[in-house]
Design a protein around this ligand. Structure first.
Ligand code: C2E
Ligand code: CA
Ligand code: CA
Length: 774
């Protein structure tokens, strides 16, 4: 059907040329043979040829237009019949010409007639597309010419007859050949069109602009067709003697190595296996990206293919499309890489970690493979960043990433969780191994990190969660590891902690506590209690330390150790701290003017840009002279010291406020800090005081710290003094101040005025009535 249609299309294009020739030639012929033949015949010939030629041109135009406009056609046979009939009319019309005009014509006119006949036979080439149409012209005209020549007799005419037969045969055979050729071209075009449309359909791509290559195999998998691009890659030529097996050639060119292209090639290896299976099993496949080696470089080709079946539904080969997707794929990969990887360390980021956890959980569900999840927090990272700069900080992060990658080997998944936190996922691991690995992580970080100009020690705190015992969802595992890490931090850092089921209640508890705490801060529910500070020599009151208390509805208090940390973590510390500072100053103004108030200040508070301003405002508002205010800071301030923090410390001294170094002895305990900043006092950690009477070392430390401090002219306060013997020893060593349950626990703000009054007259009386329990 399609072939017939195409023949008619060709006929529409060519026929008018033949018709036009006839229409012109008939005029010339009659002009050249004037006087020969009757007028009636001459009129008949002229009118008849012109009419048929006109009809042929008209039909060609009309049919041509019709075919170009419609997609579905009827009456293909009728169209062919019309063309053939008109051709026959023309042929018959012309056949009368030699019979009628040749015999009576004078010799010079006979030449004209003969030449016209020969020329007309040649115009049959214009009627080649439709089978029979050219023959309708050549056979009647040729036969009539031959008959005329033979009936005239004589050698000359016989020779002309011979020539006529030769031309006739030539035209006849060329007509057949040309028609076959046209049919072949038509069939090839139709086939290619069909291929394109099926493959476009199959690949889901209809954008004609896309450059794609075709490939086709026969039933044995031997390549039967390749577009030039693929042919070049596969070294394939249509004329090759040796059959090229598609799959074997593909395997030869296929690169099964992750060295040449980074990233998700491993997935493509799986895809390639899938493609091989599809080819072997005659199953359609789509968009499988395969890395192929082309002239020592790697190209990525996307293959789509579909098996073909013949009329008997027997498999007869594969046909498909291939695209070079190297550029788009690399771009996409780069984007994906950036989206999934941390820019500083190059290792996966939190987003990628979530995915890895999801996969690990799905593995756990399917195969029961347990896994261990570690949250690793660098303990002193901020100090490195602040002291040595961000480049050094980045270098430490990179070293940390590399060290973590060493734990657990190839199967380990390391990600940067954010800031100075890393995550490590180890699959197929039992609890003892997981714990061993946790210790390995801590040990790995005992070694200093070598930077270009110096070495820095950065320890880690590790939280470990084991799946499924610690949790079976991403959130629960992250929470569990976070809680364990938090525990490791509380246990003094540079250690690991494993999540235990008993902790799970803590997660919920913590969440509830956080909600309540926010409310308490907003509603100003947190209050201050005041613990007396006593002069060690005279045992008289020198001031009070303000300690925060969070009263509960049942009359109990949440200890500050718990909620201060919460405030620091949630950023509520400034709001709370400033409020408490103001309360403490307000209370202190009501005391005798020689008494001081000591307020604990967190690092987060000190770091607030407006801390000094706030402090000045508070002092102004409450009217407390700066000299009566002591601010207690812990050594952690030196971990975070940066120019702002150092500036604030100096600013405080400039204001006339006294600085006390709290919990001395618990951390680094560098006396250098006392020199560097203008500390007025150091507070000996109560751990030493508790142990000094039964531990010689503690006693020695207490003694030497007191001695050194007095050399430096710094006041020493011993915290947590609970017994008379502790007090006696401290007095002997020359300790300046004492504080503890031996004298009094922290008391309410109202009670402070009473105690201040009593102590003025009799320090011992106050001492004896001091509460002895917390
Ligand atoms: P700290 O500054 O070392 O406070 C001394 C702690 O020792 C207080 O605990 C006090 O009640 C307790 N203590 C006093 N005498 C004795 C004793 O003889 N024996 C024993 N065993 N303990 C004694 P508290 O009130 O629970 O406070 C704990 C910590 O919370 C404080 O330690 C301080 O670091 C922090 N904190 C308290 N209030 C605030 C505050 O307003 N702001 C800030 N940033 N931190 C605060
Ligand atoms: Ca304190
Ligand atoms: Ca303390």
């Amino acid at each position: 059907m399609e072939l017939d249609l195409q023949r008619i299309r060709y006929a529409c294009d060519l026929t008018p040329w033949g018709s036009l020739t006839s229409a012109l030639v008939v005029g010339m012929l009659l002009f050249g043979t004037s006087g020969t033949g009757s007028d009636a015949y001459r009129t008949f010939l002229f009118g008849g040829v012109e009419l048929v030629a006109f009809l042929q041109i008209l039909v060609s135009l009309v049919v041509g237009r019709y075919l170009s406009r419609r997609r579905r056609y009827k009456n293909v046979r009728l169209m062919r019949l019309v063309f053939v009939s008109l051709g026959l009319c023309l042929g018959v019309m012309w056949a009368t010409m030699p019979l009628t005009l040749f015999p009576p014509a004078p010799p010079h006119q006979q030449v004209i007639v003969a030449c016209t006949c020969a020329g007309l036979i040649a115009t049959a080439l214009a009627f080649v597309p439709i089978a029979g149409m050219a023959e309708c012209l050549t056979i009647p005209l040729g036969t009539a010419s031959a008959y005329t020549l033979l009936s005239l007799g004589g050698r000359d005419w016989f020779a002309l007859f011979g020539c006529l037969v030769i031309y006739g045969l030539f035209i006849g055979s060329v007509t057949v050949q040309v028609r076959r050729l046209l049919d072949k071209i038509t069939l090839y075009r139709l086939e290619t069109q069909e291929q394109r449309s099926t493959l476009q359909l199959l690949s889901g791509r209809s954008d004609a602009g896309e450059i794609w290559s075709l490939w086709e195999t026969d039933r044995n998998g031997v390549i039967s067709f390749l577009s030039p691009d693929l042919a070049h890659i596969f070294d394939w030529k249509p004329s090759l003697e040796m059959p090229h097996n598609f799959l074997n050639t593909l395997k030869e060119k296929y690169i099964n190595s992750t060295n040449d292209i980074r990233g998700p090639i491993s997935k493509k290896i799986v895809d390639f296996t899938h493609m091989v299976n599809c080819l072997n099993e005659s199953i359609s496949f789509r968009d499988i990206v395969v890395p192929l080696k082309v002239n020592d470089t790697v190209s990525l080709w996307s293959f789509t293919g579909r098996p073909m079946f013949d009329d008997h539904q027997d498999y007869c080969g594969f046909r498909g499309l291939a695209y070079d997707v190297t550029d788009t794929f690399t771009e996409r990969f780069e984007e994906a890489h950036q989206a999934r990887n941390d820019a500083v360390t190059g290792i996966p980021n939190r987003h990628a970690l979530n995915e890895a956890l999801r996969n690990a959980l799905s593995d756990l569900g399917r195969t029961g493979r347990t896994f261990a999840f570690y949250l690793v927090d660098l303990d002193e990272f901020k100090r490195v960043n602040d002291r040595l700069g961000h480049n050094a900080g980045d270098a430490v992060l990179r070293v940390a990433a590399a060290r973590l990658a060493r734990v657990g080997g190839d199967g380990a998944f390391v990600a940067r969780f954010g800031g100075d936190e890393f995550a490590l996922l180890l699959q197929d691991i039992n609890p003892p191994e997981a714990i061993h690995a946790a210790q390995d992580i801590v040990d790995l970080f005992l070694e200093p990190v070598k930077l270009s100009d110096q070495d820095v020690v950065v320890h880690v705190s590790v939280g470990l969660a084991l799946a499924p015992v610690s949790g079976d969802s991403i959130e629960s595992i992250l929470d569990a590891a976070d809680l364990a890490m938090y525990n490791a931090k509380r246990a003094g850092k540079n250690t690991w902690s494993c999540f235990e089921s008993s902790m799970s209640g803590q997660i919920e508890q913590r969440r509830v506590l956080l909600g309540q705490f926010r409310e308490a801060v907003t509603n100003r529910e947190i209050v201050l209690a005041y613990q007396p500070l006593i002069d060690a020599r005279t045992l008289t009151l020198v001031g009070f330390e303000a300690l925060a208390r969070w009263p509960q509805p049942d009359g109990s208090f949440v200890p500050p150790d718990r909620f201060i940390l919460l405030a620091e973590e949630t950023g509520l510390i400034c709001e709370l701290g400033n409020y408490l500072l103001e309360q403490a100053c307000r209370t202190a103004v009501s005391w005798p003017t020689d008494l001081t108030v000591a307020v604990n200040v967190s690092v987060g508070q000190l770091q607030a840009p407006d801390f000094l301003l706030t402090l000045r405002t508070i002092l102004k508002k409450t009217g407390l002279p700066p000299a009566r205010l002591e601010l207690e800071v812990t050594e952690s301030i030196f971990m975070d010291v940066n120019s702002t923090c150092a500036g604030v410390l100096h600013g405080l001294s400039d204001l006339g406020i006294k600085l006390a170094l709290d919990d001395f002895g618990r951390g680094y305990s560098s006396l250098g800090f006392l020199k560097e900043f203008d500390f007025y006092k150091l507070k000996l950690d109560m751990g030493f005081i508790r142990d000094m009477n039964h531990d010689r070392r503690s006693a020695a430390i207490v003694r030497s710290v007191i001695e050194l401090a007095s050399e430096l002219g710094v006041v020493v306060t011993a915290e947590g003094v609970e017994t008379r013997s502790q007090l006696d020893a401290l007095r002997r060593y020359g300790c300046t101040q004492v504080q503890g349950y031996l004298f009094s626990p922290a008391i309410s703000g109202e009670e402070t005025a009473l105690i201040a009054e009593k102590s003025r007259f009799s320090p011992l009386h106050f001492f004896e009535t001091g509460a002895r329990s917390a």
